[in-house]
Design a protein around this ligand. Structure first.
Ligand code: C5P
Length: 264
């Protein structure tokens, strides 16, 4: 994995900031890219995790519903594996347009394909959100807050939560602690992440060209010298990766449904 940084010169076109103040007068509406082309094998099920049942609905249906219910969301573009056999069963929210594109072999390639699809529909300097299909517990109010906080920002940013546990670096098999890492300033990066469409596409392409690992949208922007802002979000916005996460997500969703029923 390379961690070399792009020079400001080489990254300047890729992640160039279009007039930072240009969003000020615009209505706060934006498209969401939902990468959903992963195989999700670590859950150990017979199908990709986004199509597993969770609290009465498919996992991805919860995710799409929460995005569509957020007032600022204008449309959703979902990146699917070309061989996807399950999307047809998904009940998509009627509130906003939901489109699909082919995903790629890695998450950032799926995101890039969706950004290319959006190129003929939204202006270069318009904001887009990117949200993992595998995060069904995201709260609508957190998405709206992210957008409101960043709408006039020059770079963009992401939902995140500060690290609460003591952090260890380990090595070997079985793993043994070699170092305790100061958790001051450490955050867990979540999604949605919010950047301007062209700027994000350029950053992903620049990082790809340099062979730099792109673990999320922010990492591509960081490679181009940007400093995305962190917006604190809820800790239950977990990414479902293992069967244990699935049980946790089920618990969070059922708890929330129970709270809504209990409200007068
Ligand atoms: O594998 P992981 O959980 O990190 O994937 C995060 C999100 O990215 C998931 O919603 C997954 O479906 C998506 N993804 C994708 N294309 C890939 C790999 C992952 O859209 N090639």
């Amino acid at each position: 994995m390379k961690t070399k940084r792009n020079s400001p010169e080489s990254g300047s076109e890729a992640a160039s900031e279009s007039d930072p103040g240009s969003s000020a007068g615009r209505a706060r509406h934006l498209w969401v890219v939902v990468p959903a082309a992963g195989s999700g094998r670590r859950v150990g099920a017979d199908r990709p995790k986004q199509y597993l049942e969770l609290a009465g609905r498919l996992l991805i249906e919860h995710t799409l519903e929460r995005l569509a219910a957020t007032p600022c969301v204008a449309g959703i573009v979902v990146a699917l594996a070309p061989e996807d056999r399950y999307w047809q069963q998904v009940r998509v929210p009627a509130k906003v347009p939901v489109e699909t594109v082919n995903g790629g072999a890695m998450r950032h390639l799926s995101v890039r394909n969706a950004l290319l699809w959006l190129a003929s529909r939204v202006a270069d300097d318009e904001w887009v959100l990117v949200h993992d299909a595998a995060r069904p517990c995201v709260r609508s109010e957190d998405i709206q807050r992210l957008v409101d906080c960043l709408w006039e920002d020059e770079t963009g940013g992401l939902l995140a939560v500060p690290v609460a546990d003591t952090m260890k670096r380990a090595a070997g098999t079985p793993p043994r602690v070699v170092e305790t890492i100061d958790r001051e300033g450490l955050w867990h990066a979540l999604t949605p992440q919010m950047f301007r469409r062209r700027s994000l596409q350029g950053a992903i392409e620049a990082a790809m060209q340099a062979g730099v690992a792109i673990t999320d949208e922010s990492s591509a922007m960081e490679y181009c010298g940007r400093r995305p802002r962190l917006i604190p979000g809820a800790r239950d916005n977990i990414k479902v990766t293992t069967a244990q996460d699935l049980a946790l997500a089920r618990h969070f969703l059922q708890r929330e449904a129970g709270q809504q029923v209990a409200q007068p």
